[in-house]
Design a protein around this ligand. Structure first.
Ligand code: CAA
Length: 385
């Protein structure tokens, strides 16, 4: 078994690192404090190919693989978790299903501008009354022959206030549950589709999310993604990829916290010596470094499996993606928690970055499926054998 990046993967990692260190990191604290949407960084990510990294170039993407995507996500998220998730949603939750399930016309109309970063997308699955129980949705799409009429609301929609396009999941037959779900591509400006003001959250302040509303929205049949009734499978298969993106975001947050805790431990003195000389601190750093590496190995394994699945759609990586997200997100919470502990009182201050990393880590255990849902997916696949 080889654990070695290819030349191209290393190049993309380096490109993302250069961008993150030069352009993103210096702004991260201000973006968080002000809750400012990083429009200039989103535009720059488009120019660098980071908004459709694993989409072939003939569809506007960078033509890289999913391992490169995971590596780039870690770099951007290390600098700013908000910028990371904006990138992740556009790549994993919007471009990926359009590439996998879209027809030629949809690829030309929607995927091309989204993957090249000219437009921004969001993903509408969660509703006020159904998050984990995703197939139990109240948003309905009435089939009128050549079009559907959509009514309902979706919430916690990351990128929602700024997105040009939403991949929307709605029920055309509520009694049929998962099988009665259809996916649609709906553009901003479609009459009856409105976006609420942004949400206020514990962390990822610069990655705006909101509730979106659909009131008698007329959606032409051409905007159905993957066929009527395919919606739930599209959502699940999309999340198998999205969870790799969030695992990578968690890696980036955790790495930033570990790096800062390590530096701090070397310069902060207590009892006449740097606290890094104390075994209590060393053991914390050892656990943090070990968990980070374990999380990265799980994440890269899932990404490598997704690359295999691109060539062979019979390959499913649901379990591997869920394991990566579960472990990386919970490790990020533990690692950022310890980073604050190592910083002592300063870690609790907004003058230091580790409190931001701690707040940002927390959401990775919740969105794109809570830790409990990841365990459900892992257990179901383990029992299946
Ligand atoms: N790929 C393809 N098909 C899949 C699939 C997958 N990974 N997983 C399930 N399916 C299929 C099943 O095979 C089944 O089809 P058949 O009946 O034909 O066999 C169908 O989908 C229904 O499957 P289940 O019976 O397993 O469905 P369920 O209702 O029990 O739900 C669940 C399973 C795992 C709990 C699912 O509802 C789930 O993942 N919930 C969490 C939702 C979630 O992650 N939401 C995140 C929102 S997005 C977000 O957070 C974005 C953001 O802001 C950043």
């Amino acid at each position: 078994m080889k654990i070695e990046l290819t030349e191209e993967q290393s190049m993309i990692q380096q490109m993302a690192r250069d961008f993150a260190v030069r352009d993103v990191e210096p702004k991260a604290r201000e973006l968080d404090k002000e809750g400012r949407w990083p429009a200039e960084l989103v535009a720059r990510m488009g120019e660098l190919g980071l908004m459709g990294l694993a989409i072939p170039d003939e569809h506007g993407g960078a033509g890289a693989d999913n391992v490169s995507y995971a590596l780039a996500m870690e770099e951007v998220s290390r600098a700013c978790a908000s910028t990371g998730v904006i990138m992740s949603v556009n790549n994993s939750l919007v471009c990926d299903p359009l590439y996998k399930f879209g027809n030629d016309d949809q690829k030309k109309r929607f995927l091309q501008p989204l993957a090249s970063g000219q437009k921004l997308g969001c993903f509408g699955l969660t509703e006020p009354a159904s998050g984990s129980d995703a197939s139990n949705m109240e948003t309905v799409a009435e089939d009128k022959g050549d079009h559907f009429i959509v009514n309902g609301a979706k919430n916690w929609i990351t990128n929602g206030p700024h997105a040009d396009v939403i991949i929307l999941f709605a029920s055309h037959d509520r009694a049929a549950g998962a099988k009665g779900t259809t996916a649609f591509v709906i553009e901003k400006g479609t009459p009856g589709f409105t976006q609420n003001a942004r949400d206020h959250k514990l962390g990822i302040h610069a990655a705006h999310s909101c509730t979106v509303f659909f009131e008698n929205v007329r959606v032409p049949k051409e905007n159905v993604l993957g066929g009527k009734g395919m919606g739930f499978k599209i959502a699940m298969s999309t999340l198998d990829g999205g969870r790799i993106g969030i695992a990578s975001q968690a890696l980036g947050i955790a790495r930033a916290a570990l790096e800062k805790a390590t530096e701090y431990a070397k310069v902060r003195k207590a009892f006449g010596e740097p606290i890094a000389n104390k075994q209590a601190i060393q053991f914390m750093l050892a656990d943090m470094a070990t968990e980070l590496d374990a999380a990265r190995l799980l994440t890269l394994r899932a990404a490598a499996m997704k690359d295999k699945a691109v060539k062979d759609p019979s390959i499913r990586h649901s379990k591997e993606s869920a394991m990566a997200k579960l472990f990386a997100s919970e490790a990020a919470t533990r690692i950022t928690h310890k980073a604050i502990q190592i910083h002592g009182g300063y870690g609790y201050s907004t003058e230091y970055d580790v409190e931001r990393h701690y707040r940002d880590a927390r959401i990775t255990e919740i969105y794109e499926g809570t830790s409990e849902i990841q365990r459900v997916v892992i257990a179901a696949n383990t029992l299946k054998g």
